[in-house]
Design a protein around this ligand. Sequence first.
Ligand code: SF4
Length: 405
Amino acid sequence: MSLTGFERVSQQRRQSLKRAADEGHRIIGCVYPSFPIELFLAHNLLPTLLWANPSVPSASEASLQTFCCGFARNLFSQRAKNLLTPLSAIFFPGNRCDSLQNLCDVWRFRFPDDKVLRLNYPSTKESEATTKYLAEELQSMSRTVEESFGLPFSQKEFSRAVGLTAQFRASSQFISAARLLQPQILTYAEYAELICRFLTLPNSESLNQIENKASAIRQILEKNKQVINTEALSYTLLHQEIGEVTISPDTSNPRIAVIGGMVDPEGFATMFNNAASETSPKAEIVLDLLSFGLRTTFTKPPRLQGNPFEEIALSLLGHSTEPTQEGLPERLGLLKKSLTMFAIDGLIICEQSFCDPDGFEAPEVISAAAEERVPTVRLNLDAELSDRARLESKIQSFLETLTMR
Ligand code: SF4
């Protein structure tokens, strides 16, 4: 049976993870995009972001509550069918959404031999109190990891991990900014692949791939004298000062932004490409505001000075907030500025099936875009993107409407 683009992507991720397991790495599966990468690496564990598997139907699972989303069901089904790469532990966030809370509780009950870690995140934004709270939670989790695996926190490995994530973020931020200025410099699908590859296996190999791409792009931009502009744009995105910069597109191709929660950027890119290939001029995604996309890259890395737990806490709290967190007015403010300043022609709003955070946020996002006169389309997707034909038709109709405008 031939695989679709998304199934191929998913299979490649599982194969690379299996190779890492065969090489003797102890792998910790992370069920949340803002996971403490540096902490796990400092304990000599290899963290991997867990993705939905499109070949595993998110069956109705009696153990999970009826409100559980499709993404949580897919992960649970993967585990119940023994299709997950063997993990040394699994990491859940606490205080994020009901589905993840339920999934973690049921996982502990159904798979009592699995080592389950849960980190309670503060619900409010960065402040002295939230940093202190999260730092204490991280330190407590670090003690649990040491007791469970006999792997103490290593300052040397922590330094290495900070170098790894700092270089990854510098490269991914530069590429994101370059694509906003000149989307034709790298397709969204290639960009998404680089990000997802690092989040699946954060190691020197995945880092090299993104660094090589960033340096190739830098060389092109140097010839066009665009490096300073790109770096300035990257800085404004990192510091969320979007009002400071304006973009003048150099092509008439529709510029698309995509927003939503835990939607697989590579999976979405395969669907978008199929839809966009039928339209002319060809639309391109220039801005990705998915929880698994830009929000994982635009944060400051921990510093090596000071208390490592506080530094990791500060880095995690520095991520742009997402639908599972408080801060909707700020998110909408940033979205409105981004739509205008980055010359966005259309906004695709993704909602994961039965995801309450996405469902609550989508109407507000539509209103915010309408205020900026940016057309929107709302896509309800399941974790497996099983309804691809209908979704691609919907995206294609939307792109055709934009082209006519
Ligand atoms: S998709 Fe939505 S409901 Fe499901 S785990 Fe993510 S945030 Fe929670």
